[in-house]
Ligand binder design. Structure first.
Ligand code: ADP
Ligand code: ZN
Length: 369
């Protein structure tokens, strides 16, 4: 018998830069011309973003002599499927795109997730860059290399970790972003502040009105802070084995509310309610102070996000949690805040307590108790 060892222990450097600024879209082609990342480029975008920004980028790329193609799919979460991925890959093969191709994802989280996953598996993996165009994608999905598609069995069940080569955040693109979409990003921004940074939380308390109005100075600042916070967490735990799970703050109940509403409720609204419920649970278990709870909930309200649960069946929310999460002895893993800027993991939350808190969220503002 013989034994041959395949030595694959290696140090990998997946580091990359996030570049934030106004009107970056015009600068990308020039930069790629000066310092090419590939021989060919494929812009992947959706039907809305194509008209607003994809076409402009394609034109500029071609003007700079860069061999570039564009593929777009119908905007919306419903398109985030294996089928869409297959259609994109087939088109890429028709265009004769090989390993020397760079994917440029231009759009919100849906585009980033599909385009990133295409890049992760096309020719066993090619490079990509992210050009996010929603506040949610600025704050969340464009950083960290999580890529995925949905299936009938659940969201994001098929995917890969594949880090982008670079992220260009053009803050000007928010000018056309609908209010409803802005709020999704604001909810994740509040989440970042509550889990990691009380100074940032104070900044948000002072500037939430300007943020809603898309004040460029505020947008640039919060984008920078969001990226710094997310990057720090991803650096500690690239593959979400532990610490990165604190980013699930507000999402354990939030995802269940979203599912129980048949995805009629927006992600931001559901996460806001998830955070309101989480602080209430934290108070019930004796961790958080009333003062901090009121501060969090006041900021959520000032951001025009909900603090009262609308008419969604609590039974269905609990059912969704049972389906979605690991539950041992009726207990569920939770990220709870101790105070603004500091969260911890606990497995002492029972579904019974979740139900009690949700019941209370339905009938009255938790602030006024
Ligand atoms: P996310 O997951 O980041 O919330 P999606 O990819 O689902 O975002 O995008 C939300 C919606 O906003 C989609 O209909 C998309 O086409 C649209 N959209 C994305 N960016 C912009 C923008 N900058 N201006 C206008 N609409 C946009
Ligand atoms: Zn989220």
């Amino acid at each position: 018998m013989e034994k041959i060892r395949v030595n694959l222990k290696k140090q990998i450097d997946n580091s990359y830069d996030i570049i934030i600024g106004e009107n970056l879209l015009n600068k990308i082609p020039k930069e790629l011309k000066q310092r090419p990342l590939a021989n060919k480029y494929i812009i992947i975008t959706d039907s809305n973003v194509e008209k607003q920004y994809g076409d402009i980028l394609l034109k500029e790329m071609k003007k700079n002599g860069l061999k570039t193609y564009l593929i777009s799919f119908k905007a919306g979460e419903k398109s985030k499927t294996r089928k869409t991925k297959e259609i994109i890959e087939n088109r890429m093969m028709e265009y004769d795109l090989g390993r020397d191709t760079l994917v440029i994802a231009v759009g919100g989280g849906v585009v980033g997730d599909i385009a990133g996953f295409v890049a992760a598996t096309y020719y066993r993996g090619i490079s990509y860059i992210q050009v996010p165009t929603t506040l949610l994608a600025f704050a969340d999905s464009s950083i960290g290399g999580k890529t995925a598609v949905n299936t009938g069995f659940g969201k994001n069940l098929i995917g890969a970790f594949h880090q982008p080569k670079r992220v260009y955040i053009d803050t000007t693109t928010l000018k056309t972003l609908p209010k409803k979409e802005m709020k999704n990003g604001i909810a994740e921004t509040i989440k970042h502040a509550v889990i990691k940074d009380k100074g940032f939380f104070r900044y948000l308390e002072k500037n939430v009105k300007q943020l809603i109005k898309k004040d460029p100075v505020v947008i640039e600042y919060i984008t920078k802070r969001n990226c710094e916070i997310k990057a720090k967490i991803v650096e500690m735990d690239e593959k979400e084995k532990g610490q990165r799970k604190i980013l699930n703050y507000g999402h354990t109940i939030g995802h269940a509310i979203e599912a129980a509403s048949n995805y009629k409720m927006t992600h931001g609204n559901a996460v806001a309610l998830g955070m309101v419920a989480a602080v209430k649970i934290s108070i019930e278990l004796g961790y958080m102070s009333m003062k901090d709870m009121i501060r969090q909930n006041n900021l959520i309200e000032a951001a025009k996000l909900p603090v009262i649960l609308p008419d969604i069946s609590i039974e269905n929310i609990i059912k969704a949690m049972r389906y979605d999460k690991k539950i041992i002895d009726d207990k569920i893993m939770f990220v709870l805040p101790k105070k603004i800027g500091d969260v911890f993991f606990t497995d002492e939350v029972s579904l019974k307590l979740v139900k009690k808190v949700l019941d209370e969220l339905k009938v009255k503002k938790v602030n006024n108790q």
